[in-house]
Unconditional design. Structure first.
Length: 198
């Protein structure tokens, strides 16, 4: 009689069950992301909103917005890919913490100039996240928010428009990968048993 190794079989079945559970979890995450993307699409088409205390900035991602920046602020540079560099200042807007404002872009870095404040029209976006990938694994806080000026501050190049393609939804492909890993593990184990019994 051909015997099946109990311990090895339990280990393989536990691994397969874990992979299947991860695949199912990714399918659930895909539905959540689809709902979030649908909300963002609605935000892009929504009317302009004023940034004020109590406003849920994350829920209004990519929505046209207006901020009243009450104080002068120094500016700083961050990378903007093919656009060169972003010029970013801080805007109090009556909030507990300053809201970053992307005033415009420049091709080459130059000495920062102070932002004098005033009304900024644009859209709400996620601010550049300076946390390392390793830190983001353990720090699950969402990235900060900012308002991307449109039109840009005088003398600066235009900011990129709201880009819905920048919101990835690859959870279904991750689910397929986990299910494939589970199937491969079962096939390998079946081949190993066949070889053992030969």
């Amino acid at each position: 009689m051909k015997r099946v190794p109990i311990l090895a079989t339990l280990v393989v079945l536990a691994a397969v069950a874990t992979m299947v559970a991860l695949g199912v979890w990714q399918l659930g995450r895909a539905k959540e992301k689809e709902a979030a993307i649908a909300e963002v699409v609605r935000n892009v088409k929504a009317s302009r909103i004023d940034v004020a205390p109590g406003l849920d900035l994350q829920a209004n991602l990519f929505r046209p917005a207006r901020a009243r920046c009450e104080r002068r602020s120094p500016t700083r540079l961050t990378g903007a890919g093919k656009y060169g560099f972003r010029i970013i200042a801080d805007c109090s807007a009556g909030l507990n913490q300053p809201l970053a404002v992307q005033l415009g872009t420049v091709r080459q870095p130059k000495e920062g100039q102070a932002f004098e404040g005033g009304v900024v029209n644009g859209y709400l976006a996620q601010a550049p996240d300076n946390r390392s990938l390793l830190r983001q694994l353990f720090d699950h806080r969402p990235a900060g928010m900012m308002i991307v000026a449109d039109p840009p501050l005088a003398g600066l190049a235009a900011n990129p428009p709201a880009d819905l393609d920048s919101i990835p939804n690859n959870h279904k492909s991750y689910a397929v990968q986990w299910f494939a890993f589970a199937a491969i593990a079962l096939v390998i184990y079946a081949l190993a048993l066949r070889r053992r019994w030969a």
